[in-house]
Design a protein around this ligand. Structure first.
Ligand code: PLP
Length: 419
């Protein structure tokens, strides 16, 4: 098979592909694998019961299911769902959002593909534009979606030590400049992989920088407010027409329905709809139909606040306690979990790379993700830190997670001792 440049890029060695393959194997294997790897959300029985109930309502409503599965929707998704989402955001957060500000995509991952390639890459009106990620580590899923090479630029964060083996990354604003070749700024908040949540002040500064440069600020809200709301402290959700907010139903517990929800200025929604039409004619209708009533009633926010956030908060605390205990005395630090579903482990001065650690753990039946994939835009920076980190998720069954974390700690300890 002779592949095009696109073909070579999309079939090459990609972290996202490796991650999803590992996830598939973890779920499909006959040998028990402990999955601390992919970003699958927990199966939370109380939430699953709600989805089951919504599905049976959908089944009982005359003709409802047939419309959802038997008709294409428009390229921006169902207008009724967009209107319900806009009403929810107006009511709950006071944002000046209308139905024309909402576009549905087949998962937020495909929204990022569209957005990054709409706003970055070769341009008719000047030199190629780039997407600025104000700091890395940042989400692995961005790394390979650019059609143009070297689409991302990023920067090292500053590292603040918080005591108790905890640290926090902060955006290093010194010298952060939005040069004319930047087409958009993007951050995940909460951040996958670190569990960091950018402070309100950091977001305000990024908004000001993006506004001055007249480029959109893309906020990846896959874990954030108002749903699934996996944020452990108080932060202010923000939106205005200069922000492109990318939400998702996945971490609510619905990754299989592939529904992303983008809230943005109308020209961006129109552009995304065009990409939807070309790539997939129309986004899937099942996810929006399943949660429509929860959006109308606002229950989607109550479920997030009362069930989902406390679930992950408890899991995060347990994981941190266990790792602190098991790793005591080593030069290992944990990013303070402020949201999302991960612990980010930094093994300072580790004698082997995180990839070696990943392979050793896989051989012991534990899937993790090596940290090196989470530095999009820093490919040319030979920063030892990139090879010293692991991402671990605590979303899986708690006993399995505990066993897995103990094995991770054993292997980390062994690596420091024996190399
Ligand atoms: N953004 C972040 C930060 C994520 O962690 C994920 C998935 O793990 C996504 C986006 C993509 O989510 P989905 O395509 O399932 O909506």
């Amino acid at each position: 098979m002779k592949l095009s440049t696109f073909g070579r890029k999309f079939t090459g060695d990609s972290g996202t592909r490796k991650l999803m393959d590992d996830l598939g194997k973890a779920f499909g294997s006959t040998r028990e694998m402990i999955n601390l790897g992919g970003g699958n959300p927990s199966h939370i029985p109380a939430v699953e019961a709600i989805f089951r109930a919504r599905l049976s309502v959908l089944l009982q409503r005359e003709g409802a299911l047939e419309r959802v599965i038997g008709d294409y929707g428009g390229p921006a998704g169902d207008p009724e769902f967009a209107a319900a989402m806009a009403r929810l955001l107006r009511r709950e957060l006071g944002w000046d959002v209308g139905p024309g500000n909402v576009c549905i995509t087949n998962g937020s991952q495909s929204a990022f593909f569209a957005l990054f390639n709409l706003l970055g890459g070769p341009c008719d009106d000047g030199p190629p534009r780039k997407i600025l990620l104000p700091m890395a580590p940042e989400y692995i899923g961005y790394t390979d979606v650019g059609l143009a090479p070297e689409l991302f630029v990023s920067r090292r964060p500053t590292i603040e030590f918080l005591g108790d083996q905890l640290f926090k990354y902060r955006v290093d604003f010194s010298g952060l400049e939005l040069t004319g070749d930047i087409g958009a700024v993007c951050v995940s908040r909460p951040t996958n992989p670190t569990g960091n949540v950018l402070t309100d002040q950091e977001v305000a500064t990024l908004r000001a920088l993006a506004r001055d440069a007249d480029v959109p600020l893309i906020l990846d809200d896959a874990y954030g407010a108002p749903f699934p709301g996996i944020v452990f402290g108080q932060v202010r959700p923000v939106w205005d027409e200069r922000i492109v907010l990318c939400m998702s139903l996945s971490k609510l517990g619905l990754p299989g329905v592939r529904t992303g929800i983008v809230v943005a200025a109308e020209p961006i929604v129109q552009a995304l709809s065009s990409v939807n039409a070309i790539l997939s004619l129309a986004p899937g209708r099942f996810g929006p139909a399943l949660v429509m009533d929860l959006v109308e009633s606002g229950d989607i926010i109550g479920i997030s606040r009362d069930i989902i956030a406390p679930h992950y908060r408890g899991r995060a605390a347990r994981a941190v306690d266990l790792l602190r205990e098991e790793l005591a005395g080593l030069d290992v630090f944990l990013h303070r979990p402020e949201g999302a579903i991960f612990v980010w482990l930094w093994c300072r001065g580790l004698p082997v790379s995180s990839t070696v650690l990943y392979e050793r753990l896989k051989a012991r039946g534990v899937i993790v993700v090596s940290g090196e994939y989470f530095f999009p835009g820093l490919e040319h920076d030979d920063w030892a830190h990139k090879r010293e980190c692991l991402r671990l998720t605590y979303a899986d069954d708690p006993d399995r997670v505990e066993r897995g974390l103990r094995i991770v700690a054993e292997e980390v300890r062994r690596a420091y001792r024996e190399g």
